[in-house]
Ligand binder design. Structure first.
Ligand code: SIN
Length: 305
């Protein structure tokens, strides 16, 4: 019988397999997140939660483009306090929960982290990389000193591992990752979406109400892989790959580049929650066919050639 195991350990967080949904995708309600877990994910990630409820940007907030999707949601969410009961319910259902969160200031990041940590999440994902920033907040994650400071502030109150989700819209993502690591990050999620835009030629204006949005889906994958590759060469903490994972081959590419797990976003919108089971089964077959016993056996292998 095969001794093969798909379980992974990310900074002390043990998951049954290396897949999660990307923040925002089906992350707005408990029952939807439970479906993600039932579809085969190793853990679920909430929509990014802030200190107070936010409506987000006006429509249109989403447009399909070649190779992916552009979104400019503007961080709509019901607020961290509202989500406390949802988190407790999910935990009662046996679902491992990663809470994605944000703030406009370092103090807000710390306060929200405290609320979510006290609610009993399994890990926190610090989102300092939303490309659709709104007037009152900048992108803290665009600067390595800010990233270090916000991570350190969150680590002071967090009772769980803290993943820091980085933006590809920077000159040197590995420098930002180093800042997060210095601040005490337990893992890096790479990466958030790439800023882009689409134009309506009949209306002769940008399609998104916010003008620009974040590109996700297959078109993002080569960029996200490069980010994981560079970060893996720079930091010693685990990496969670995110960006354009649609099938098991994509997931294995991220693992080979140095990711210990992957998040799946746009593909869930297109293929449903079954995508998790398909990706996990594909990883299992890949390990089996190639004589590996554990997921960690292939993490970073592409760096060794
Ligand atoms: C948004 O709500 O605008 C997207 C969130 C993100 O990319 O972090």
């Amino acid at each position: 019988m095969s001794q093969l195991s798909l379980a992974v350990d990310i900074a002390g967080l043990r998951l049954r397999n290396p897949t999660m949904n990307a923040a925002g995708v089906l992350g707005i309600s408990g029952p939807l997140l439970k479906r993600v877990y039932e579809g085969g994910a190793g853990a679920v990630v909430t929509k990014s939660l802030g200190p107070v409820p936010r409506e987000g940007h006006h429509n249109p907030t989403l447009v399909t483009v070649e190779g992916g999707v552009l979104n400019a949601m503007g961080l709509p969410n019901p607020g961290a306090d509202y989500f406390v009961d949802v988190i407790r319910w999910l935990k009662g259902e046996g679902v491992p929960v990663v809470a994605s969160f944000f703030g406009a200031t370092i103090e807000e990041f710390r306060d929200v982290a405290c609320t979510l940590s006290d609610a009993g999440v399994d890990a926190l994902e610090l989102n300092c990389s939303c490309p659709n920033v709104v007037e009152e907040m900048g992108m803290l994650g665009a600067d390595c000193l800010n990233t270090e400071a916000v991570t350190a502030a969150v680590k002071e109150v967090a009772k769980t591992p803290v993943f820091v989700k980085l933006s590809p819209n920077v000159t040197d993502i590995s420098e930002i990752a180093r800042g997060a690591e210095r601040g005490g990050a337990d893992a890096i999620t790479a990466c958030n979406t790439l800023i882009g835009m689409a134009v309506d030629v009949d209306m002769r204006r940008p399609i998104l109400a916010n003008t620009t949005g974040g590109l996700s889906g297959p078109a993002l994958k080569p960029v996200a892989l490069r980010c994981v590759w560079e970060i893996a060469k720079t930091v010693d903490i685990p990496i969670i790959g995110c960006g354009g994972v649609t099938n098991w081959r994509d997931a294995v590419e991220f693992l080979l580049c140095g990711a210990s797990a992957v998040e799946i976003g746009t593909a869930v919108m297109e293929r449903g929650v079954e995508v998790f089971g398909m990706v996990v089964e594909g990883i299992r077959s890949y390990l089996e066919v190639n004589g590996f016993k554990e997921v960690k056996d292939i993490v970073g292998l592409a760096h060794e050639t």
